[in-house]
Design a protein around this ligand. Structure first.
Ligand SMILES: Nc1ncnc2c1ncn2[C@@H]1O[C@H](COP(=O)(O)OP(=O)(O)OP(=O)(O)O)[C@@H](O)[C@H]1O
Ligand SMILES: [Mg+2]
Length: 289
C-alpha cells in the first residue's frame, strides 16, 4: 500500500471549466521524500490538498479516477480521518498559527482529539525537539522568525503523529538560512523517523539535494517522475516548464558545451565534484600512459 496513490486522477474545482488535475498518476511509497515541481497553476497545491481530503471535501468539485491515501479513497473518508494520517503545512507560516504560545499551538491538534494530558505533554516535547524548537514552549509564535514559525507548524502537524507530511511551498517566505534549517528538519524526519514527505516547490535546488524522487508537472499532469538526476538534468527543459533549475546544472551544461567529449550532467555539488574529479583524473592518467 502506498502513502499516496493517484491513477488517472482528474479534478475540476466547482464552478471551473478547466481540469486542475488532468489525468495524474503518481505513487508515493511509504518513507519516501518526493518533491512535486511545476510552474504556477500546474496543479501542485491541488495534489497537496487532495492528500488530506481538503480537496474534494472542503474545496468541492468533480473528482474522477483513483485517489487514495494509505489505501483510503479520499472521496469516502472525511478530512478528520485523513488528517490523522497526513499533516499538511502551507506556504505562509502566519496563516497556520493562531495560539498565544508555541506549546498551545503544538498541543492544539491532540487536545481536539481528546488525547490524555500526560500524553499531550510528551507529544509536545517530542515534536518540538524533532524540529529543533525545544525550550520555546512559552514564546508567542508571532515573536519567531519565519523559519522558526514554519518549524512550529511542522511540530503542530507532528503532534498528531501523522504517517506523512505534506508541505506546499513551505520555504517560500524564508531566507536562505531558514530554508536550510527547514530542509534539514525534513531530512532528519525521513532518515531517522521513517516519515513520508511530499513537498511542492517551484525551485529545484533543494529537490535535487533531498528528494528520493521528483515529479515534474505541467498543466495538471505529471510529465516526468523519477530520480532527481533523471528528471532535473536538463536546465533548458526545466526553465521552459517554469521551474528554476539547480544552479550547478547550469555549470554542467556549460562544461558539456565547452569541453569536447565531456558528458557532464550533474545536479548537485557532490555529484559535480565526483564527475569533475573522475574526468580530470582519467585525462591525466591517459596522458601518463
Ligand atoms: N479554489 C479554486 N477554485 C477554482 N480553481 C482553482 C482553485 N484553486 C486552484 N484552482 C485552479 O486549479 C489549477 C491548479 O492550481 P494549483 O493551485 O493546484 O496550482 P499550483 O501548481 O499550486 O500553482 P502555484 O504555483 O501558483 O501555487 C489552476 O488553474 C488554478 O487556477
Ligand atoms: Mg500552489
Amino acid at each position: 500500500m502506498q502513502a499516496l496513490h493517484l491513477r488517472d486522477a482528474r479534478f475540476r474545482y466547482k464552478g471551473s471549466t478547466a481540469w486542475a488535475l488532468d489525468g495524474v498518476s503518481l505513487d508515493v511509497e511509504k518513507g519516501e521524500f518526493v518533491t512535486i515541481l511545476g510552474a504556477n497553476g500546474s496543479g501542485k497545491s491541488t495534489i497537496c490538498l487532495m492528500s488530506n481530503g481538503l480537496v474534494p471535501h472542503a474545496l468541492p468539485g468533480d473528482l474522477e479516477g483513483t485517489a487514495e491515501v494509505f489505501g483510503l479513497d479520499v472521496r469516502s473518508h472525511p478530512v478528520t480521518e485523513l488528517a490523522t494520517k497526513v499533516g499538511i503545512i502551507f506556504q505562509e507560516p502566519e496563516s497556520q498559527l493562531f495560539c498565544m504560545s508555541v506549546e498551545e499551538e503544538v498541543a492544539f491538534g491532540p487536545e481536539n482529539l481528546a488525547v490524555p494530558s500526560d500524553e499531550i505533554r510528551e507529544r509536545v516535547e517530542w515534536a518540538l525537539e524533532l524540529v529543533g524548537m525545544e525550550g520555546y514552549n512559552d514564546r508567542s509564535p508571532f515573536s519567531l522568525s519565519g523559519g522558526q514559525k514554519q518549524r512550529v507548524a511542522i511540530a503542530a502537524a507532528l503532534s498528531m503523529r501523522p504517517d506523512m507530511l505534506v508541505l506546499d511551498e513551505p520555504a517560500y517566505a524564508l531566507d536562505p538560512v531558514g530554508r536550510v534549517e527547514l530542509y534539514q528538519v525534513l531530512k532528519g524526519l525521513k532518515e531517522h523517523h521513517g516519515m513520508t514527505v511530499l513537498l511542492a516547490e517551484c525551485d529545484s535546488e533543494e529537490a535535487a539535494k533531498y528528494s528520493d524522487k521528483v515529479a515534474l508537472m505541467k498543466d495538471g499532469r505529471v510529465i516526468s517522475y523519477g530520480k532527481p538526476r533523471d528528471v532535473l538534468g536538463d536546465p533548458e527543459r526545466l526553465r521552459a516548464l517554469g521551474v528554476t533549475p539547480p544552479q550547478v546544472s547550469e555549470v554542467s551544461a556549460l562544461l558539456k558545451e565547452r569541453l569536447e567529449g565531456a558528458d557532464f550532467s550533474f545536479i548537485s555539488v557532490d555529484e559535480a565534484e565526483r564527475a569533475i574529479n573522475e574526468k580530470f583524473t582519467n585525462r591525466k592518467r591517459g596522458r601518463e600512459q
